[in-house]
Each structure stands twice: as structure tokens, then as C-alpha cells.
Design a protein around this ligand. Structure first.
Ligand SMILES: Cc1cc2nc3c(=O)[nH]c(=O)nc-3n(C[C@H](O)[C@H](O)[C@H](O)COP(=O)(O)OP(=O)(O)OC[C@H]3O[C@@H](n4cnc5c(N)ncnc54)[C@H](O)[C@@H]3O)c2cc1C
Length: 425
């Protein structure tokens, strides 16, 4: 078996210590590989993306860190509620009824804390974590990769590794060198968000759930409880609307979108912003290339899907597990060429499209109309909720039930078109 001791400083370098990177580092270290993580920030650091999915539980269990996360005081999340723009219609996706979902309860997490727990766990499992180390260059040759980095003092360094994982999030340091992030033309939105206090929340088991309010312009708001007092509030707005309506600052833009979502106003009467507002633009996308000889990308570096169903962290971590397995096998056989990542890349693209269908649907009137109306059969709704819980490998029956749902959406689309034509006459 090739190993770092005779050929490289490390078997594997992971660029970025977010959930995708720490999952790779932990899973490889647990397999006995010599791993280094280069992270440009010092943790804990702010990151958006607080709402988790039930299917993340299984990944945390595989890594052996679920109990630590469960004991860390994060808010329990059991589901998601969606309210339409026209008043009382509410759709509640209760994960307890999600098909094929062994652990329906998940968490709303302060990402600075969640990501730090995962990164410290990587260290505990044997990975070396170098914070405030920024990758600046990677030179590939037949026998390995020479990485250049800068540290917090501005000093430069190099190291020799066998394989590099681009887990640098939306920076996509290697992905953008060998290709690009291809924007998704049907998901051109922006987000602006901040933390608030003074917002009432639901009572009982639903107190920790994410609440979403849709707008007639197809944008929507999220309310995610982060502690007993603090709620993350965000507005996701079509780029085309934002171009027209954006204000001078992120704070003013967010205030504008909140004030113009009447259905959410009762929650905001006593709301007080307790953090700066921040923008996130340029999403969604797929990387044109996700892997090459001696490198591979995970998480947001490889693909980013609109946050509407909170899939980001789960997808990044699932990818991390799969990449770790592919690299461990590759190092074992001495082949870490692009070829060994082909199956992984297919899986990432497949999962993106599996969830994309729902994300795109959410911005479409026909999908929303059906979503807010009574589902024809309970089992169809539970199949849809299963996917929204993170089910990326549904059984045949669940897949068929989801197909029925989309068939009804297609009929609804035609009916809406016909009604529009009749109205125009
Ligand atoms: C508006 C919005 C809302 C979202 N809401 C949710 C949600 O509710 N739930 C959810 O699951 N997901 C959500 N997401 C998505 C989620 O945040 C991401 O999918 C997730 O963080 C991806 O993890 P990652 O490890 O790939 O990347 P990241 O978490 O971004 O980590 C990448 C790391 O790489 C480091 N890095 C970058 N460049 C370098 C370099 N040159 N050298 C060294 N280090 C580097 C960065 O500092 C960073 O720590 C949301 C995203 C957006 C934009």
C-alpha cells in the first residue's frame, strides 16, 4: 500500500474545513490515512445554512459523532411549515411521517458551533488541521501534488501530498482552475439574511421547526430558531426582482423584503435585528468538472442547490463519505486517477437533479398550488416529505409515488395555462 511515510508529507490534503471537508478528513483518518486539512479561517467562523435534514443523522452516525451533536444543545427540528402568500393555507411537512426515514428528528444548528465540532472531531480521529492556512496553488505531476499555502502571518509554505480534495465551498479553488461553476438557469435567486430576537415561535414539538412564507413574486422567507431567543431570518428573492427592488445596504434590502411579505408581518411586530445582514448571491450551480487525476471536489465546491429544502450540508457530508471511500480504495490500489471518481461524480450529479426537481418546482405556480392544496393521497404526500427529509435513494414505491405527484403537477400546469388563455380573451 502506498503511504505518506515513503512518498508524501500526507496521503490526502483537504482544502476547507466545512462539513464536506471535515467529513472527508474524519472518514479518511478513521481508515488510517494521513490527512491534513488546510482551512483559511480560524474556527469558529460564521456560516449560513443552519437547518438540517433527518437523513444527516445517518451520516453523523457513520462518522461516530451523532451523540456529540445531539448533546450539544442544538434546537430540535421535527419538520417544516410552509405558508402561502394568500393567508391561512399552511402545509406542514412532518418528518415523523416521512417514508424510509429512520430518525425523523434533526437539528437547527449555529453553523459556527456545528462546523467546529465536526472539525475538532476530525482532529480527534487523527487528521492534522491547519487553520488560517489558505491554499494558493497546486502543482500536479505523475507522482503527487505540491501544494502552496500562506499562513496567518503571510508566510508561504509547501507540502507534498498524494491526493487533494477541493472542499473549499463556493470558492471552488480547484474546480475553478480546471473548469467552472455552471449557473442553473431555473434557480437564479439571491438571499439576504440576519439574526433576530423578539419573534414569537410555535409551541410544543413544532417550536424548533423551520417556517417558510412564500411571496407572490416566487420569493420566500425563512425563519429558523437557533436558540431560545434568536431566530435566523432570510429572504430568498428572484434575481430579476432583486435587480429592481434592492436597496443601498443588505440591512435595508432585508427590511424591505420582510415588510413586503404581509403574511409574515404578525411575526415581525416586535422583531429586533441582532446581527449584521448578509447577502449570498451566485447560486445554484454544478461544476463542469468535479474530479481529475489526484483531485476531486465535494460539497459546494462541486455543486450548490438553492437552499429551499435545506439540502446543502447533507449533500456535502454524503459526498464526503463517498469521496473518502473512493480515495482510500484508490490509494490502496495505487490508482488515484480521474477514473476512480467517475462513479462518485455520477452520484453527485444524480442527487443534484433528484432534489433540483423539487427546488425548481417550488418556484413554479403549478407546484405551489398543489403543494398548498390537500394532497390527493396521504401516501403521495409522505413520499414527497421523505425526499424533503433528505431521502436521496428512495425505494421503487417511494419513487413511483413521487412520480404521481409530479404527474399531477404537470396536469395543474396545463390547467393554469388554459385558465390564463381564457382570462386573456
Ligand atoms: C442563503 C443560503 C442558505 C442556506 N441554508 C442552508 C440550510 O438551511 N441547510 C443546509 O444544509 N444548507 C444550507 N445552505 C448550504 C450550506 O451552507 C452549504 O451547502 C454547506 O456549507 C456546504 O459545505 P462545504 O463544506 O461544501 O462548504 P463550506 O461550509 O462553505 O466550507 C468551505 C470552507 O473552505 C474554506 N476555504 C475556502 N477557500 C479556501 C482556501 N483557498 N484555502 C483554505 N480554505 C478555504 C472556507 O473558509 C470554508 O470554511 C445554505 C446556503 C445559502 C447560500
Amino acid at each position: 500500500m502506498s503511504s505518506a511515510s515513503d512518498r508524501w508529507d500526507y496521503d490526502v490534503a483537504v482544502i476547507g474545513g466545512g462539513p464536506g471537508g471535515s467529513t472527508c478528513a474524519t472518514a479518511l483518518a478513521q481508515r488510517g490515512r494521513k490527512v491534513v486539512v488546510l482551512e483559511r479561517e480560524r474556527f469558529p467562523r460564521f456560516h449560513i445554512g443552519e437547518s438540517q435534514l433527518p437523513w444527516t443523522n445517518e451520516i453523523l452516525r457513520t462518522l461516530g459523532v451523532r451523540d456529540t451533536i445531539a448533546a450539544s444543545g442544538f434546537i430540535e427540528k421535527w419538520g417544516a411549515s410552509f405558508r402561502g402568500p394568500d393567508g391561512p393555507d399552511e402545509r406542514y411537512a412532518d418528518f415523523q411521517y416521512a417514508r424510509e426515514t429512520p430518525t425523523p428528528q434533526t437539528f437547527q444548528v449555529l453553523r459556527e458551533k456545528f462546523d467546529e465540532i465536526l472539525l475538532r472531531y476530525s482532529e480527534k480521529c487523527g487528521a492534522q488541521v491547519l487553520e488560517e492556512h489558505r491554499l494558493t496553488d497546486a502543482a500536479f505531476d505523475r507522482d503527487g501534488v505540491t501544494l502552496r499555502f500562506t499562513d496567518k502571518h503571510g508566510g508561504a509554505g509547501t507540502m507534498r501530498v498524494g491526493v487533494v480534495i477541493d472542499a473549499s465551498g463556493r470558492a471552488g479553488v480547484l474546480v475553478k482552475r480546471f473548469g467552472r461553476h455552471e449557473p442553473d438557469p431555473l434557480l437564479l435567486n439571491i438571499a439576504v439574511h440576519a439574526q433576530y430576537e423578539g419573534i414569537p415561535r410555535a409551541s410544543g414539538r413544532r417550536a424548533g421547526d423551520i417556517r417558510m412564507f412564500t411571496r407572490p413574486d416566487m420569493g420566500w422567507l425563512w425563519f429558523i430558531p437557533l436558540s431560545d431567543t434568536v431566530i435566523s431570518v432570510g429572504a430568498v428573492i428572484p434575481q430579476i426582482v432583486h435587480r429592481r427592488e434592492s436597496k443601498a445596504t443588505a440591512e435595508e434590502s432585508l427590511a424591505h423584503y420582510l415588510a413586503n411579505t404581509p403574511v409574515a408581518l404578525p411575526l415581525l411586530e416586535r422583531a429586533r435585528r441582532v446581527s449584521p445582514a448578509r447577502f449570498d448571491a451566485d447560486y445554484s450551480y454544478l461544476a463542469t468538472r468535479m474530479a481529475g487525476d489526484r483531485w476531486v471536489a465535494v460539497g459546494d465546491a462541486a455543486a450548490f442547490l438553492d437552499p429551499v429544502f435545506s439540502t446543502g450540508v447533507m449533500l456535502a457530508m454524503q459526498a464526503g463519505l463517498e469521496v473518502a471511500e473512493a480515495i482510500d480504495n484508490g490509494l490502496g490500489t495505487g490508482d488515484v486517477s480521474a477514473r476512480i471518481f467517475a462513479r462518485y461524480e455520477r452520484a453527485v450529479r444524480g442527487r443534484y437533479h433528484h432534489f433540483r426537481r423539487f427546488a425548481v418546482g417550488f418556484y413554479e405556480p403549478a407546484f405551489r398550488k398543489l403543494w398548498y392544496s390537500r394532497p390527493p393521497f396521504r401516501s403521495i404526500f409522505d413520499a414527497v416529505v421523505s425526499v424533503l427529509a433528505g431521502n436521496w435513494r428512495p425505494s421503487f414505491v417511494t419513487r413511483m409515488l413521487v412520480e404521481v405527484f409530479f404527474a399531477v403537477v404537470a396536469v395543474e400546469r396545463v390547467l393554469l395555462k388554459l385558465r390564463g388563455l381564457r382570462g386573456a380573451r
